[in-house]
Design a protein around this ligand. Sequence first.
Ligand code: ATP
Ligand code: ATP
Ligand code: MG
Ligand code: MG
Ligand code: MG
Ligand code: MG
Length: 256
Amino acid sequence: EVDIHKIRPEYVESFLFQDKLMLSTWIVVRIDGCHFHRFSDIHKFEKPNDEKALKLMNACAAALLEEFQDITFAYGVSDEFSFVVKKESKFYERQPSAIVSTMVSFFSTMYISKWNEFFPETELNYPPSFDGRAVCYPSSKILRDYLSWRQVDCHINNQYNTCFWMLVDSVKSKREAQNYLKGTQTQEKNDLLARNGIDYNALPDIFRRGSSIFRDKENKTLMEVNCAEDSRKKIVIEHCNIIDDDFWDSHPWILG
Ligand code: ATP
Ligand code: ATP
Ligand code: MG
Ligand code: MG
Ligand code: MG
Ligand code: MG
């Protein structure tokens, strides 16, 4: 028979593996909706881009920046968001499981609680969930390469999806549209869109460039914005090019 009073806490706890993300590196936590292909179907998202759904994602991400001061930048597209945690951060002693689980859980509950604000006419059929992972980036160059990769991905997917749904809307079945687009290059896709009266570059920035969220440098604090007794900076959402130097040159405080 087991005498539970003989189980020493040190013994049980000695099995714990204390993981720690490398010091002095930027931590990127990327979250992604679980099975959003299905979730977007069931909730009748507009294809290829439902703007309300993107704005809901942005609102949740902005709430995360409000809540966790160590997040300095966020980039989002489709059902994913990448959060950049500043390199000096001591958040949860840099334990990845604590950081990722807290952010994912906060984001998921925000998504559900803000749903009605963005989809007043659509009932939430079931509560969605998100997964997350943390990766360390040791230099601002590599961190920027990561963010550039996500923005390039946004463009490639958006261009493909815009063609795909245009074909599906006009004549083709989903499978025919898929076969038709197989192996086509960027220029061919732009030409295809142009022939059908769609100027890709005239599509809204939020679709083509995704969403970047960060704190305003201007000392326009929340105190002035909404009279809270608070010195936190205002959070802004932009749909800009984050691949070229221009953005980072004009926002040097983000990567500090
Ligand atoms: P997984 O669980 O592996 O992430 P998934 O079904 O979520 O699977 P993703 O690769 O993450 O697959 O793709 C997300 C899908 O969600 C997109 O392919 C798209 O169908 C849909 N989706 C997400 N956001 C939007 C949106 N704003 N408008 C329209 N569709 C969207
Ligand atoms: P942390 O964010 O570090 O986990 P915490 O405030 O959640 O901080 P815990 O050590 O997790 O601290 O303790 C949870 C606390 O929540 C308890 O100390 C208790 O005050 C409260 N609590 C949780 N569940 C109940 C419950 N069923 N009834 C009353 N109080 C509860
Ligand atoms: Mg996933
Ligand atoms: Mg997903
Ligand atoms: Mg995704
Ligand atoms: Mg607790």
